[in-house]
Design a protein around this ligand. Structure first.
Ligand SMILES: Nc1ncnc2c1ncn2[C@@H]1O[C@H](COP(=O)(O)OP(=O)(O)O)[C@@H](O)[C@H]1O
Ligand SMILES: [Mg+2]
Length: 266
């Protein structure tokens, strides 16, 4: 949640009341209407897991991933996407949503504020992956109509933006992503991966891989965290990662500096 204490609008208490007994709640809205703040509140109240499908502004875990949080928003599972915005990455994003939603109930699903054109299509696909039984629509004034049209068969709880919700600037958003990356890599150490045994997924290693963000997977193919490529030669790939046993590297589309600042996209 935010550093300032969040005020609980009376409408949120009413919404929780209406959502008691819900199994899968999909929360939709434009940017900065208070979706993530509401999702944390709702997950706590319902004793639900929290599926964080926003790749940039995370409540649970590091950017560039779809994450599943426990009721207290601690990280339970993640799926690597490798970008902090969904454009051109719908496929790994939706696979992650479907995989992490599969075994979690009750579940509250937070989404990004990307609701225009392709964003509306993405929301419809997220709904197909999650199969919600309730929708929460947080709306300023009709902007969610195209997103809600394909979900009109479901009960919809409508909320206005929280009075205390405020817009964040692009630089505040970038700073939040940097801090979330830094927190994930805080306990990371350097690891040498043997190129004869490490498995590479999603794409080939580029000629100059330094700074490339990757998913670090175990021998069951489950993502355990992120890794950052430091350098590579024909024998080994040197990475920085908090994950102790890396069997598979999933190569992302983003480069990071050591402090978590996003550099060039691939
Ligand atoms: N009920 C609330 N009380 C205080 N601050 C809030 C409340 N709801 C949202 N905010 C603040 O408004 C900003 C946007 O809220 P957030 O939940 O991140 O929106 P979204 O997920 O829709 O982008 C954040 O800084 C958040 O802390
Ligand atoms: Mg949010």
């Amino acid at each position: 949640m935010s550093d300032s204490a969040s005020a609980i609008p009376p409408a949120w208490l009413e919404a929780v009341h209406r959502l008691e007994g819900a199994r899968r709640v999909l929360v939709l809205g434009a940017s900065d209407v208070g979706k993530s703040t509401f999702c944390r509140f709702l997950a706590e109240r319902l004793g639900a897991a929290l599926l964080d499908t926003d790749l940039g502004q995370k409540t649970v875990g590091p950017p560039g991933t779809v994450t599943l949080g426990r009721r207290d928003a601690s990280l339970a599972a993640l799926h690597f996407v490798g970008a902090t915005s969904p454009s051109r990455h719908f496929l790994p994003l939706l696979v992650g949503v479907a995989r992490l939603a599969a075994h979690a109930e009750p579940l509250v699903v937070d989404t990004s504020g990307f609701i225009e054109s392709a964003g509306a299509m993405l929301k419809a696909q997220k709904a197909e992956a999650v199969l919600p039984d309730h929708i929460v629509a947080i709306e300023r004034g009709g902007e969610l109509a195209p997103v809600l049209a394909p979900l009109a068969h479901l009960p919809i709880v409508r909320l206005a933006p929280a009075p205390r919700a405020r817009r964040r600037t692009d630089s505040e958003r970038a700073a939040a992503r940097r801090a979330a990356f830094a927190a994930h890599f805080a306990g990371a150490t350097e690891r040498h991966l043997d190129r004869r045994t490490v498995v590479l997924q999603r794409r080939d290693l580029p000629e100059h891989p330094a700074g490339l963000l990757c998913g670090a997977l175990d021998s069951a193919g489950i993502c355990r965290g992120l890794s950052l490529v430091l350098e590579a030669d024909e024998n080994s790939i040197r990475v920085l990662s908090p994950v102790p046993e890396i069997r598979v590297l999933q190569l992302g589309a983003l480069r990071l500096a050591a402090d978590g600042t996003e550099l060039r996209r691939l």
